[in-house]
Design a protein around this ligand. Structure first.
Ligand code: RIB
Ligand code: CA
Length: 311
């Protein structure tokens, strides 16, 4: 039996974050050490409440939720309200959340876990990288215990929040820059990959056929998410971004990656927050990341649906 991967999941729920939490909590391949919350798709109070709502709805009571950082390191705050709604998780009616946050901050939790770990811990970051950056700059020595940081963020090509930048990076480019510069192994699961995780009517049908309380909730969330992606991007089959990171930790075959140099553009202007991916090594700069280039979408959906079936 393959040893479980110890994971801290950093989220800004967010509809796709919510599904990433459900997947991570269900998988026997992962030892989910904790869920840390960051501002992103909505403000921190809302993303924290949404993490509590999802854990309550799915009965995830054995994984700590830790509230993190409410604003980016340098820039002004932006949100993903145009996709995720005013609550950050619009669509379903949630019952009162009884799962509470733990009485430790997200950065403190990350540092405690990393300092006490007797082997590597993987950080799966599916929101802006503020919490992760703060942990690594506050106690750089913990980097030795970071197995890998797998980031949903960035793009080798076009952006989704601006023409050039993907939302998670754009929401805190300085934090992203710090993470890519730490020398810790970083895997970037960007839009080039997640755009292949299309929520099609066939996928919605497969979810409906499972028919448990968690897949029913997932259907409600994705119905809303599909409606806002149609309105905002005229996409009929929107990408389910964040669970791609968790599926990759469960089975590395699901994403093909290529090692390359990644730099985050911090210049103010139209490219602010862009991930400049040196695919052909033209810069001669030190390679600092593995970048996702291909998703095995059939395997991805099999991993996700087979785990949601367990609830
Ligand atoms: O660009 C997609 C990313 O931004 C996803 O993590 C989504 O949840 C939003 O945070
Ligand atoms: Ca997210």
């Amino acid at each position: 039996m393959k040893e479980e991967t110890k994971v801290i999941l950093d989220v800004d729920p967010g509809h796709d974050d919510a599904v990433a939490i459900l997947l991570a909590a269900a998988s026997e391949s992962l030892d989910l050490r904790g869920i840390t919350v960051v501002a992103g798709n909505q403000t921190l109070p809302k993303t924290t409440l949404n993490a509590r709502r999802i854990c309550t709805a799915a009965g995830i009571t054995d994984v700590g939720i830790y509230e993190g950082t409410g604003s980016p390191l340098v820039r002004d705050q932006v949100t993903g309200e145009f996709i995720h709604g005013g609550s950050g998780l619009d669509g379903p009616e949630f019952s009162p959340a009884y799962v509470e946050v733990r009485d430790k901050g997200a950065v403190d939790f990350m540092l405690d876990e990393l300092m006490e770990a007797d082997d590597g811990i993987t950080i799966a970051a599916v929101g802006p990288l503020t919490n992760v950056a703060l942990a690594l700059i506050r106690e750089p020595q913990v980097k030795a215990n970071v197995e890998e940081i797998v980031v949903m963020g960035g793009s080798m090509g076009i952006g989704n929040y601006t023409a050039a930048a993907e939302f998670n990076i754009f929401a805190d480019p300085e934090a992203a820059h710090l993470v890519f510069e730490t020398g810790v192994p970083v895997t970037m699961v960007g839009l080039d990959v997640t755009r292949q995780a299309e929520i099609t009517p066939a996928i919605m049908k497969r979810l409906r056929e499972i028919g448990n309380r968690v897949t029913d909730l997932t259907l409600e969330m994705l119905d809303y998410y599909r409606s806002t992606y149609k309105r905002a991007f005229d996409l009929d089959n929107p990408p389910l971004h964040d669970p791609c990171v968790v599926a990759y930790l469960i089975d590395r075959e699901v994403i093909t990656t290529k090692a390359m140099r990644v730099d985050v553009d911090l210049n103010s202007g139209i490219d602010y927050g862009r991930t400049v991916c040196d695919y052909y090594g033209r810069s001669g700069r030190e390679v600092n990341a593995k970048v996702g280039i291909e998703l095995s979408s059939e395997l991805f959906w099999e991993i996700l649906l087979s785990n949601l079936e367990k609830y």
